[in-house]
Structure formats: C-alpha cells, structure tokens
Design a protein around this ligand. Structure first.
Ligand SMILES: [Zn+2]
Length: 91
C-alpha cells in the first residue's frame, strides 16, 4: 500500500473518534419500532415522523432515539441541544 493511502487510513481512524466534525443537514430513515415501521426525516433541525404520536405531539420515541444516537452530529438548535442547555442553566 502506498504511503498516501496509509496516511488517509490513519486520518480516517482519527476522524471516526471525532463525531463533532460531522453535521447532518438532512436525512430520511426507516425506523423499525416495536409494532410498526415508521419513516423519520430530518431537515435542518426539523424532525418529522409518520407515527401517530408524532402527529399529535411533534416529538416521539423515534425522533428522540435518533437524537440520542446522533448527538453532536445534528445541526445547531436541534431539540436535544436546546434541552441540554436548559438543564445546564437550571439552578
Ligand atoms: Zn415516531
């Protein structure tokens, strides 16, 4: 293997430990819930899910689970970061 490729592989390994370098702008996933599968989309901080709970509340277990998984890789101003800031400010 050439040295250029070795350098890239080492850099990739380093990057893989630094998820804060990555920001998801938008994506669409199929979420296999306990009873049904749902389509969850994310577009610049805005979530949407096809489940009934999300339709009523604007948030659901599927979007919350994805926030936990993706964490710092979501855009600034996502629900999770706002919630974290709220906790930090609370007395
Ligand atoms: Zn949902």
């Amino acid at each position: 293997m050439d040295s250029g490729m070795v350098g890239k592989i080492l850099k990739a390994s380093q990057y893989a430990t630094e998820p804060e370098r990555i920001r998801f702008e938008s994506f669409k996933v199929t979420f296999h819930g306990k009873h049904d599968s749902h389509t969850v989309t994310y577009d610049h901080g805005k979530w949407h899910c096809t489940c009934d709970f999300f339709r009523q509340r604007g948030v659901c277990s599927h979007t919350m689970a994805l926030e936990k998984i993706l964490g710092v890789m979501l855009s600034e101003g996502s629900t999770q970061e706002t919630a974290t800031e709220g906790v930090a400010v609370a007395p």
